[in-house]
Design a protein around this ligand. Structure first.
Ligand SMILES: *[C@@H]1O[C@H](CO)[C@@H](O)[C@H](O)[C@H]1NC(C)=O
Ligand SMILES: *[C@@H]1O[C@H](CO)[C@@H](O)[C@H](O)[C@H]1NC(C)=O
Ligand SMILES: *[C@@H]1O[C@H](CO)[C@@H](O)[C@H](O)[C@H]1NC(C)=O
Ligand SMILES: *[C@@H]1O[C@H](CO)[C@@H](O)[C@H](O)[C@H]1NC(C)=O
Ligand SMILES: *[C@@H]1O[C@H](CO)[C@@H](O)[C@H](O)[C@H]1NC(C)=O
Ligand SMILES: *[C@@H]1O[C@H](CO)[C@@H](O)[C@H](O)[C@H]1NC(C)=O
Ligand SMILES: *[C@@H]1O[C@H](CO)[C@@H](O)[C@H](O)[C@H]1NC(C)=O
Ligand SMILES: *[C@@H]1O[C@H](CO)[C@@H](O)[C@H](O)[C@H]1NC(C)=O
Ligand SMILES: *[C@@H]1O[C@H](CO)[C@@H](O)[C@H](O)[C@H]1NC(C)=O
Ligand SMILES: *[C@@H]1O[C@H](CO)[C@@H](O)[C@H](O)[C@H]1NC(C)=O
Length: 242
């Protein structure tokens, strides 16, 4: 029986910036240097990419993500360090979910604002895997760095305090990683178009590379036993910055 309850617990460190909904919990690094390569894949970082084994270095057709998980500290869980690289006139994104065909996905979006000279921007969204609708979320993300060169968007960021605990016996760090693209017109984000679904991976294990799954559109097989993904906010500590 696959029925289970997944709790992705994101404890928040937020700092208040004026403006847009769902951006107050983001903090940016001063250093905008981004250097994403395959170096370390399956050794020190877990890599998911399409086409298979592509190298993001100087290759515009490579959609690439890597994840490094820190040693979990209970009850907060683990901190993820994420790299994402790919070509899009709108956005590229990485999603963490129990299953791409049900429940919800925590989506981390790196985008360029084409109506503002390709300015880099970062957002977190929750994706309803049933209807694809994206809604802003308050997931804490730190050390955000990003660059845009033509169509190529590259970004690096950390997600503190990730903990998936489920009724099934599997590690707290097991998620499916989704990578894909979408449109962004300066105001609205288009649907997340999934290019690669890793299937369940232990994020803490760099060698847990994906079982080869075909690209899943919105038409992926829907299993009757839905896995419910609850995104829950544990703590919200607000640091006021003048
Ligand atoms: C960013 O730079 C400012 C000024 O250069 C400095 O005061 C601040 O501590 C830096 N922040 C980080 C996170 O490095
Ligand atoms: C990027 O990283 C690779 C390996 O980590 C290194 O060899 C290369 O010099 C770096 N490039 C830049 C521009 O920092
Ligand atoms: C980019 O990656 C694809 C797929 O791995 C490969 O077919 C292509 O030759 C690469 N292009 C360059 C310029 O390296
Ligand atoms: C867990 O997170 C909370 C809130 O961010 C923090 O105050 C606490 O020190 C953390 N505990 C551990 C063991 O890291
Ligand atoms: C994950 O959360 C569960 C339930 O809150 C907790 O019992 C467990 O210790 C946490 N695991 C880690 C590694 O933080
Ligand atoms: C757009 O970006 C290019 C490259 O960074 C720069 O040369 C140009 O001045 C920018 N234009 C505007 C209107 O900001
Ligand atoms: C996802 O969308 C479906 C269909 O619109 C809806 O029935 C369901 O309640 C939504 N789930 C969440 C978690 O919003
Ligand atoms: C994108 O750029 C346009 C034009 O400068 C601006 O009005 C809009 O607010 C920007 N969007 C975001 C999300 O920053
Ligand atoms: C989704 O991406 C694929 C290529 O990865 C492309 O062929 C398709 O047109 C895209 N679909 C949408 C709705 O953008
Ligand atoms: C993991 O990657 C290795 C090297 O590319 C490959 O031989 C192996 O089949 C992959 N494992 C899975 C489960 O895809």
């Amino acid at each position: 029986m696959e029925r289970g309850l997944i709790l992705l617990v994101a404890a928040l460190m937020a700092y208040v910036a004026p403006g847009v909904q769902g951006t107050a919990q983001l903090s940016f690094a001063n250093n905008t240097q981004v250097n994403i390569t395959r170096a370390g894949c399956r050794v020190s970082k877990l890599c998911v990419e399409t086409p298979a084994d592509c190298d993001p270095t100087g290759n515009n057709s490579c959609l690439f993500a890597s994840v490094v998980a820190s040693t979990p500290v209970a009850p907060n869980g683990t901190e993820l360090s994420i790299e994402l690289s790919g070509a899009s006139k709108g956005y590229i994104a990485l999603g963490l979910t129990a299953k791409a065909s049900a429940g919800t996905t925590m989506l981390f979006i790196c985008a360029q604002n084409s109506s503002n000279n390709g300015t880099f921007l970062f957002r977190t969204k929750q994706r309803n895997n049933t209807d694809g609708v994206l809604t802003p979320t308050e997931t804490s993300v730190t050390e955000i760095r990003g660059t845009v060169k033509g169509n190529v968007i590259q970004c690096e960021f950390n997600v503190p305090n990730v903990n998936a605990s489920r009724t099934r016996t599997s590690p707290d760090t097991t998620f499916s990683i989704l990578i894909g693209t979408g449109t962004f017109d300066g105001t609205d984000f288009g649907p997340f178009n999934i290019s690669r679904d890793s299937g369940p991976l232990n994020l803490a294990d760099p060698t847990s590379n994906a079982t080869t799954t075909a690209p899943t559109g919105s038409s992926g097989a829907v299993h009757p036993q839905a896995v419910l993904l609850l995104l829950s906010v544990l703590t919200l500590s607000v640091m006021l910055r003048a």
